[in-house]
Design a protein around this ligand. Structure first.
Ligand code: UD1
Length: 388
């Protein structure tokens, strides 16, 4: 079987820990030639470069350097630049992860691509099927659209399978494989713990909270952001709160004149991956609106209070350490008190979150390739006419 070319596509911070697990497994598999694509949606060293170094990823083979922008402009730029790269390199498979603008843009460019010899690349979506049910979140729109146009859907938890079936996806396209982000976490957990990043901030294990906020619904609304900051300040009267501030949040806080920290609410720059994992691993409680952190705290057995009204990752609530709190300052403070009054939870990893998800995905892709499913059938001329 000739080797298939596979593009691994990332653009924003949460993509790299997912792609790293896949990259390292694919690299050792002679059936695939792997290329790394960086759209440049995130570009600061703290939001991108440091993650490549921490995760042992090489410089990207393809860099689109799109930068920030409004959703339409950013998505359009990625779409246009990625289409050029598809034409130039003609990969057989394009693998996208998660739910960011790079995910939908690259999936969309791929599904409409037809190479001059009539072949068509296949789209693989990893972390498919998650649904918050809230179409006002840009990520939810990206999830629904990406799943609708992907050829192969790799899912982290049963709710994702259920959602895809409900939306009419053919069962043969869906594979429940576990969580590649947890593969990376498990491979780095010992190093993270040993690094003891909390000592840099004068903190003690299980003696501090970690907070992160970046969702537009939380930080783009002045009143909501002020309320959340009040709740973090109140929490910091119970235990120190370390708050690595996302660039989006930093600019909103500055606009509100709210960025002055005090000795127990400690603002810092976004942390590199292993440092952040280190901080999470020894936290007493985490307050966040991130998706990935809900999953990471579940595996690390650290209580997580999610400052949103919904989650696309319900298994972190039913099996894990996550609770949905919303954004009301009084509810947040009550939830913190409850966590502090209870013992630390016991680990309860969801099924298949065992460090081997990337191996499963690559084994399935190899099986599909062997069966000829990935070898692109020459398109009929009618199809070619409609696709160009
Ligand atoms: C994006 C994703 C979100 C993901 C998050 C993780 C979408 C729709 N959203 O949101 O799902 O959880 O990434 O961080 O794709 N900026 C910098 N340096 C950078 C990148 C951004 O300073 O390296 C600034 C820019 O001024 C930009 C702002 O941060 O306006 C926000 O970045 P943006 O790419 O718009 O989305 P995120 O809020 O990070």
């Amino acid at each position: 079987m000739p080797a298939h070319t596979i593009f691994l596509v990332g653009g924003a911070r949460p993509n790299w820990m997912k792609l790293a697990a896949l990259y390292h497994v694919l690299k050792g598999n002679s059936h695939f030639r792997v290329s790394l694509v960086h759209t440049g949606q995130h570009y600061d060293d703290k939001m991108a470069g440091s993650f490549f170094r921490d995760l042992g990823l090489p410089d990207p083979d393809v860099a689109l350097a799109v930068g920030s922008g409004d959703h339409g402009a950013q998505t359009a730029k990625i779409l246009e630049r990625f289409e050029e790269q598809l034409k130039r390199h003609e990969p057989d498979l394009v693998l996208v992860v998660g739910d960011v603008n790079s995910t939908i843009a690259c999936a969309l460019a791929t599904v409409k691509m037809l190479y001059p010899d009539g072949r068509r690349p296949k789209v693989v979506h990893v972390e498919a099927g998650l649904r918050s049910g809230d179409r006002t979140m840009p990520e939810e729109v990206n999830r629904v659209l990406t799943d609708a146009i992907s050829d192969y859907l790799f899912v982290t938890e049963q709710s994702g399978v259920d959602n895809l079936l409900r939306e009419g996806c053919a069962p043969g396209r869906i594979f429940l494989v576990g969580n590649v982000m947890i593969d990376t976490l498990l491979s780095q957990a010992a190093e993270a713990r040993q690094r003891a990043a909390w000592t840099r901030f004068g903190l003690k294990p299980e003696g501090y909270a970690v907070a992160t906020l970046h969702r537009p619904s939380n930080v783009d609304d002045d009143e909501r952001l002020s309320g959340l900051l009040r709740a973090l300040r109140a929490t910091s009267r119970r235990l120190p709160v370390l708050f690595p501030v996302h660039p989006r949040t930093r600019s909103r806080l500055a606009r509100l004149g709210l960025d002055e920290a005090d000795s127990r609410l400690i603002f810092c720059e976004p942390q590199p991956y292993v440092e952040f994992l280190s901080l999470l691993s020894a936290a007493r409680v985490v307050l966040t609106d991130s998706g990935g952190i809900q999953e990471e705290t579940t595996i690390l057995a650290v209580p997580c209070l999610t400052l949103r009204d919904n989650t696309e990752r319900p298994i972190t609530v039913t099996l894990g350490t996550n609770r949905l709190i919303g954004s009301d300052p009084v509810s947040i403070m009550n939830a913190v008190e409850q966590v502090l009054a209870a013992p630390m939870p016991a680990p309860a990893p969801p099924p298949l979150w065992d460090g081997a998800a990337a191996e499963r995905i690559v084994a399935i892709l190899e099986g599909l390739a062997r069966s000829g499913a990935v070898m692109q059938e020459p398109a009929s001329s009618a199809l070619a006419a409609t696709r160009v």
